[in-house]
Design a protein around this ligand. Sequence first.
Ligand code: NAG
Ligand code: NAG
Length: 217
Amino acid sequence: MSKLLWILFCILLSNFYTTHGQPCSNYVFSRNQIFTTCVSLPVLNSHLHWNYHANGTVDVAFRHTGSTTNQWVAWALNVDGSGMIGSQALVAVVSSTGSVQGYTSQVTSYGTGLQSGSLSFDVSRISTERVNEVVVIYATLVLPRGGTTFNQVWQVGPVINGAPSIHQMNSDNRNAVGSIDFSTGLTADSGGVGGSRQRRRNVSILENFRCLFFYIR
Ligand SMILES: *[C@@H]1O[C@H](CO)[C@@H](O)[C@H](O)[C@H]1NC(C)=O
Ligand SMILES: *[C@@H]1O[C@H](CO)[C@@H](O)[C@H](O)[C@H]1NC(C)=O
């Protein structure tokens, strides 16, 4: 293969890896809102989209795909700790008919029924939708203490007789924790390494090197 063709091939390959690393940014919201940043969370078919404002507020859209009826979906920040207990949750409850209702809930025990209540920070304009089995929770948060990095938790569970019930304990459910920096877009999994943007860049750089290495050989 000629040198030029090979370099073109390397560039194409690099773009392929870059775009495939960020499927969340291609999503078109039903109300055509534009969110400048998004991350695909590692488990439970979940994505977080947001606009961070310098005044310490953030407009978020938490998106869960493949939702079913009689299901709850939640995304939360844990301001003072990590994991489920103490998390400040945005909850969407999908009824048996597929209609969806959103509210906030503080998780104070493992036996929580996700009762509605106000959070430790201000949340405005919470709303939800379910389109093509995609549940979206929209809200504006006033980030507490001027911070931008928080522990996050997300979860999916059944609704029984109209009430949120305990979620499964599969590895995906247990691994639905991490941290997020709203100003930089970096996230970390429970393992505590990497960032979605950084990882994308690394994969793409790695593929370029591999490509050029094969060319030199
Ligand atoms: C924060 O900034 C955004 C974007 O400029 C604005 O829309 C919003 O109203 C502001 N919120 C507050 C509480 O000042
Ligand atoms: C990306 O590469 C940098 C530099 O080699 C490394 O320090 C970092 O851990 C890598 N991050 C991920 C997520 O792979």
